[in-house]
Design a protein around this ligand. Structure first.
Ligand code: CP
Ligand code: NVA
Length: 298
């Protein structure tokens, strides 16, 4: 059984296949309009979502499949009424795969190990693999040679970054992390596991973003995080015009959204000519479609 939990569970060849399928679906959508006929996708959101909800929902319908949104509490996935595995066994009698967004990465890993129903990680506190594959598609559309790309991530050490690091470990593009010392110290050990000659950490935003082809950021405080106090550490880490002009001329600015304007990015950059954020949102759909076809393949 195929699941989609984390990018580092995959070989380069498999990721290449998913990206290549997404590109084909984007180019020839009609060819794929019955790829998921008679299949039903369950969506479970324990946190808010606009892009992931819409891209899975509309994407699955465009593949000829149907979608059911389920509430964890209503169906009892919270282990209170019956065991989550028992819920999954029953779900598998009606539907073909399930996407889960929660604050409990361990739970979706454990559920996937049961091999009852294909499970897709729609964001957890640990990672956001669907986002990063969508972003990889956007990057490939903008940059001629991904191998020589120089990407700078500026801001928090979070779920989106973790998936980006997983991707970097497979494709070996240059990735600079520009993260304040007060935040980075908590992740130093984790970072060491992934460290390689093309993956580096900087404290200084100007030094770390110099000559980048792509600057990425995300909110300073993710959904479900308790430590709202940490915002104070990011004072000099706002992506503004100065940081953009320090990069290459045609640098693209990326953000998974939702954005907090004036915090991690200025409106001038978010709405400016270098911004790829709406293309990122659009590309989410083609990637979700490719992931759905991938996990539903027998
Ligand atoms: N980028 C992203 O996952 O957006 P949503 O939280 O709105 O789904
Ligand atoms: N890091 C953000 C991503 C939202 C799509 C969060 O988890 O809130």
């Amino acid at each position: 059984m195929r699941h989609f939990i984390d990018i580092n569970n995959f070989k380069k060849k498999e990721i290449d296949e998913i990206i290549s399928l997404a590109k084909k679906i984007k180019k020839y959508p009609k060819k794929y309009s019955s790829s998921c006929n008679d299949k039903t996708l369950g969506l479970i959101f324990e946190k808010q979502s606009l892009r992931t909800r819409l891209s899975f929902n509309v994407g699955m319908q465009k593949l000829g499949g149907s979608v059911l949104e389920l509430q964890s509490k209503d169906i009892g996935l919270d282990n209170k009424r019956e065991k989550a595995e028992d819920v999954l066994n029953v779900l598998s009698q009606y539907i073909d795969c399930v996407m889960i967004r929660n604050n409990n990465h361990k739970q979706i890993v454990n559920l996937s190990k049961e091999n009852i129903l294909p499970i897709i990680n729609g964001l957890t506190e640990y990672s956001h693999p669907c986002q990063i594959l969508g972003d990889f598609l956007t990057l490939q559309e903008h940059l001629k040679n991904i191998k020589n790309a120089k990407i700078a991530w500026i801001g928090d050490y979070n779920n989106v970054l973790r998936s980006l690091i997983h991707l970097q470990n497979i494709y070996n593009f240059k990735l600079n992390l520009i993260i304040p010392k007060e935040i980075f110290k908590n992740y130093k050990k984790e970072f060491q596991q992934y460290k390689n000659e093309n993956l580096n950490h900087y404290f200084d935003p100007i030094l770390g973003t110099k000559n980048s082809n792509c600057i990425m950021t995300d909110v300073w405080v993710s959904m479900g995080e308790k430590n709202k106090n940490k915002k104070k550490y990011f004072k000099n880490y706002t992506v503004n015009k100065k940081i953009i002009s320090n990069a290459t001329d045609n640098v693209i600015f990326m953000h998974c959204l939702p954005a907090k304007r004036g915090q991690e990015v200025t409106s001038e950059v978010l709405d400016g000519k270098n911004s790829a954020v709406l293309m990122q949102a659009k590309n989410r759909m083609y990637i979700q479609q490719a992931i759905l076809i991938y996990v539903l393949k027998k």
